[in-house]
Design a protein. Structure first.
Length: 278
């Protein structure tokens, strides 16, 4: 693949819960691993951007609308005029970063020796909108999409800071996230309508697991009261681990007139809704 080929894609916490200050919905940054590979990545920017190291020193300026190889080496990641084990691509306000043909808001960390790990630092609500589209999409009803938005937001907050360098994967090991390549109007509206809304149990974010369909019954998890074995409303056989919310079950309940709050209360019994401050 030529380094310029990525250009073809150009057109394509709780308020008062702990009695202290918590981050607002737009103040939370999520770290998403986009790639971890021993082969080069193609990166680029939509606007002139800075390339910095781990100390914040500017190593180079990246011109826009060009593709660059991010290559692994024994000295770190080689990109444009720089080589370092830690490189940050930092676009200005409104700028985007491309990694292997997909555009992402926020900055991107490239790191490693003899390999390249790419991690997107993205605002929570932007992350949620992308996950809602990738996990469900506009074919689902609005209340099901809202339930997905709350589950996705809560899931990533539960797993935030659980790893040293990133919070979640960008695939089904965590939640599917594809940056700006997938954010329909329906996904954006579901995210906006539930902005900052999360699920809590015992004063903590819940591990809001979900899968496509649990079949006739969801799978319970011993020792976690809100992940019980319950009848599923999905019209499809089991697809996925079957724990927590069934996405097609949520769709069926939305079709029957249930609100997203009722859907979440059913699949995560005993939890309550709370909201991050603005």
């Amino acid at each position: 693949m030529k380094a310029r080929r990525w250009l073809a894609f150009l057109g394509s916490l709780l308020l008062g819960l702990w009695g202290g200050e918590v981050e607002g919905a737009w103040a939370v940054t999520v770290r998403v691993q986009l790639a971890d590979t021993t082969t080069p990545l193609v990166v680029g920017v939509s606007l002139p951007a800075r390339l910095t190291n781990g100390r914040g020193e500017v190593l180079a300026d990246l011109p826009p609308l060009r593709g660059f190889w991010a290559r692994p080496s024994r000295r770190g990641v080689q990109l444009h005029e720089a080589v370092s084990p830690v490189l940050f691509i930092e676009p200005p306000e409104g700028g985007l970063v491309a990694v292997n043909g997909r555009w992402y808001s926020g900055k991107v960390l490239l790191m490693g020796y003899n390999r390249v790990q790419a991690i997107n630092y993205v605002h929570l609500e932007d992350y949620v909108a992308s996950v809602v589209e990738a996990e469900m999409g506009a074919r689902f009803l609005p209340e099901a999409l809202k339930a997905q938005a709350v589950a996705a937001r809560t899931y990533v907050l539960y797993h935030r800071n659980s790893r040293r360098w990133f919070d979640v994967f960008s695939d089904t090991r965590s939640q599917v996230y594809r940056g700006l390549s997938q954010r329909s109007a329906a996904a954006l509206e579901a995210t906006r309508a539930t902005r900052g809304v999360v699920l809590v149990y015992g004063g903590k974010f819940v591990n809001a697991m979900y899968s496509a369909s649990a079949g006739s019954r969801t799978v319970g998890v011993d020792g976690i009261p809100y992940l019980q074995s319950l009848p599923d409303f999905s019209p499809y056989p089991k697809f996925g681990h079957g724990i927590g919310m069934s996405q097609w079950g949520a769709q069926e309940l939305a079709r029957r007139g249930w609100s997203y709050r009722q859907i979440l209360a059913y699949y995560y019994p005993g939890v309550r809704l709370a909201r991050l401050p603005d």
